[in-house]
Design a protein around this ligand. Structure first.
Ligand code: SAM
Length: 270
């Protein structure tokens, strides 16, 4: 193997081990393009140099840049409405009387899912319920977490937002951009978190965890470790929601399948 190929393979392994992001041989070119961008930004001539620097704890900025470049951040508001409808109709009513509604959007990208959930809660249970709701959005990539915190969106990310909800929950700020209104934004908090770093550091359990369009980047062992760790931070009787293309059923975990994309933790909440 050529020196550069060895460097590339080392970075591919680093991404797998550190972030659980696996790139198949068919996607090698895509990863190479993405790494080239980081090389240019950091003025790194060779992938072998990049690989060596990634091993150094002091190279935090480079590590973050490689993680961000390698992850696909595609997301949008009201994604996969079928499962959101089930959340609204079958799960939300059971949370209406809780003192606090706690939801985690794991691998949230720019926050579209977290804000969508807050809007659904406001529409379904009303503002009083929204005001006792905490939605945590986390992602491995620092730039997307910053975008979520700004709450500014435009273009295709908003295509699925019904027009009456766009005028109710977004304020136009010019150039086709909209900012999520404060009533929604104030219920959503965003943090950087690597799903591969288990156990997760939460003091209080969540009633519902959304973990969508991320598991398929992980190999089977990481998928299992992730949904197991999510189980441990979910309250008894709580829910894990994945995307239609991701199945927890085959991973032999403690989750009970409860319909397409929906899984339930055993036990009853207090
Ligand atoms: C395709 S987006 C999915 C966003 C959203 N959940 C949705 O369904 O629309 C995948 C996100 O996972 C994040 N990600 C990748 N590896 C991760 C990891 N190890 N820990 C946390 N987030 C990760 C990426 O940065 C990216 O923003």
């Amino acid at each position: 193997m050529m020196h550069e190929e060895i460097g590339f393979e080392q970075i591919r392994n680093w991404l797998g081990q550190r972030c659980g992001i696996s790139y198949s041989d068919q996607k090698k070119d895509l990863l190479l393009q993405r790494l080239n961008r980081v090389q240019r930004a950091f003025g790194i001539e060779r992938l072998s140099d990049m690989s060596r620097r990634l091993q150094d704890v002091a190279e935090h900025d480079l590590q973050l840049a490689v993680m961000h470049a390698a992850s696909t951040n595609h997301t949008y508001f009201f994604r996969e409405m079928d499962v959101l409808d089930k959340f609204r109709d079958n799960i939300l009513p059971s949370l209406a009387n809780r003192n606090e509604i706690r939801i985690w959007s794991a691998a949230c990208s720019s926050g579209d899912e977290a804000f969508t959930l807050a809007i659904i809660i406001a529409e379904t249970l009303g503002m009083a319920a929204l005001n006792k709701t905490l939605i945590l959005g986390t992602d491995i990539s620092a730039p997307v977490v910053e975008r979520a915190e700004a709450g500014i969106f435009g273009g295709r990310q908003l295509d699925q937002v019904p027009s009456h909800l766009l005028s109710k929950y977004f304020k136009p700020i010019g150039m086709g951009q909209y900012q999520v209104v404060d009533a929604i934004r104030s219920r959503c908090t965003f943090r950087r978190l690597n799903l591969k770093t288990t156990p997760y550091p939460f003091k209080q359990p969540f009633q519902v965890v959304f973990c969508r369009n991320i598991l398929y980047y992980f190999d089977i062992a990481d998928q299992k470790a992730t949904v197991d760790a999510i189980y441990d931070v979910t309250e008894p009787g709580g829910w894990l929601i994945t995307s239609v293309t991701e199945s927890v059923r085959d991973l032999s975990t403690r989750w009970q399948p409860a319909g397409t994309s929906i899984n339930r933790k055993e036990g009853r909440n207090k």
